[in-house]
Design a protein around this ligand. Structure first.
Ligand SMILES: Cc1cc2nc3c(=O)[nH]c(=O)nc-3n(C[C@H](O)[C@H](O)[C@H](O)COP(=O)(O)O)c2cc1C
Length: 341
């Protein structure tokens, strides 16, 4: 007789309780759809996938395309649905709707740095009002029956604000806290502050997941060891190197880390084009869509490559360039210059 196959929420619960670090694909608007999840899963994959955020306000409706991604879920792994907003009745209504979908957890975004979001005091904007966060987390924790997680930055203006936020996170029995180790004001600039992940691990009962500027397996291993984090969430590093989760697992098992060859990277770019580009759009628009991904990936190939890719206007130009740089069997580390591959 076969053992019962665990449901995806059970899988997520086991990841939270287990000893092995959780490797999560970060939510990235306009990038991390089901088609992108599938490409990553085919290359080893994350343990869990976050959706981009559902916008929540008085008259919001669940974004249909994110719901479709959740229902399609081509990964076989748990999905966490993220919400952004600050109106408690609307957040509660949305959480109830999300609980009816096949998601393993509901996550609240406390980190988005886009001015259009933070000026409305949502996402990272809420970090300026800890008491409001306290009320929101209390209401959501009471209402949500499945796992409830939060993704935060360290503060709005200064990392020192984290000291005031931490007791609030501790109070609400979160099922996990992901910390993007920057302030909102910092946007996506360096430095990253992983020491605050260590502080959070010591202060919280729930698993803490570190996030920000992870680009290599060795760096991931060091951050896990130095912070005691229960896992890592990675975004841009995985667009750039979709094999990264697998490489981290190899590194943690003490095995040699297998780098992709130029041709494997070329095949990934082809698959991105096939899955991400609207084939009925003009070629210039198709190239623009690909540049969204190439901005991250291109730098890992060669500086000159990215410069030239940004100027391509047709599919032919685009792929001629890709072939010039990538039609070879040499291994590619794909990491930035400041990160040891
Ligand atoms: C294009 C893009 C879109 C993003 N969209 C979201 C989002 O919807 N929700 C969220 O919590 N974070 C979002 N983020 C932030 C990432 O989840 C992550 O916290 C950040 O990129 C730092 O991690 P990384 O250095 O591994 O990319 C986005 C980041 C990028 C680059």
């Amino acid at each position: 007789m076969h053992a019962a196959v665990p449901t995806l929420p059970t899988t997520f619960a086991r990841l939270l309780e287990g000893a092995a670090p959780i490797l999560a694909l970060a939510p990235m608007q306009d990038v991390t759809d089901a088609r992108f999840w599938a490409l990553i899963q085919q290359r080893g994959g994350a343990d869990v996938y976050w959706t981009e955020y559902f916008r929540v306000h008085a008259v919001s409706r669940l974004e249909k395309w994110i719901v479709a991604d959740i229902e399609t879920n081509p990964t076989g792994r748990p999905i966490v649905a993220q919400m952004i907003g600050n109106d408690i009745p609307s957040l509660l209504r949305t959480a109830r709707e999300l609980e009816k979908l096949p998601v393993a957890a509901i996550d609240l975004n406390l980190g988005c740095p886009a001015p259009i979001v933070f000026k409305k005091c949502a996402g990272g904007g809420l970090l300026r009002e800890p008491q409001r966060i306290d009320a929101i987390l209390g209401a959501l924790r009471d209402a949500i029956r499945i796992k409830f997680t939060v993704k935060t930055r360290l503060g709005f203006h200064a990392v020192g604000e984290f000291e005031r936020l931490l007791p609030i996170f501790a109070r609400h029995a979160l099922d996990a806290l992901t910390i993007h180790v920057r302030t909102v004001a910092q946007g996506y600039r360096l430095p990253v502050h992983y020491d605050f992940v260590r502080t959070a691990v010591a202060a919280l009962r729930c698993p803490v997941i570190g996030n920000g500027h992870i680009y290599s397996a060795r760096q991931a291993q060091t951050v896990l060891a130095e912070t005691g984090a229960h896992g890592l969430m990675i975004g841009r590093g995985v667009i750039r190197n979709p094999w990264l989760f697998n490489q981290i697992r190899q590194q943690l098992r003490g095995e040699p880390v297998v780098l992709p060859t130029g041709r494997e990277v070329l095949a990934y770019i082809h698959e991105l084009w096939e899955s991400q580009v609207r084939l009925d759009a003009p070629e210039k628009i198709q190239c623009e869509r690909m540049k969204k991904f190439m901005n991250y990936l291109g730098e890992g190939v060669a500086e000159d490559f990215l410069y030239r890719i940004r100027r391509s206007q047709t599919r032919r130009e685009f792929f001629d360039l890709c072939r010039n740089f990538l039609d070879h069997d040499q291994p590619l580390p794909l990491a930035p210059a400041d990160v040891h591959p």
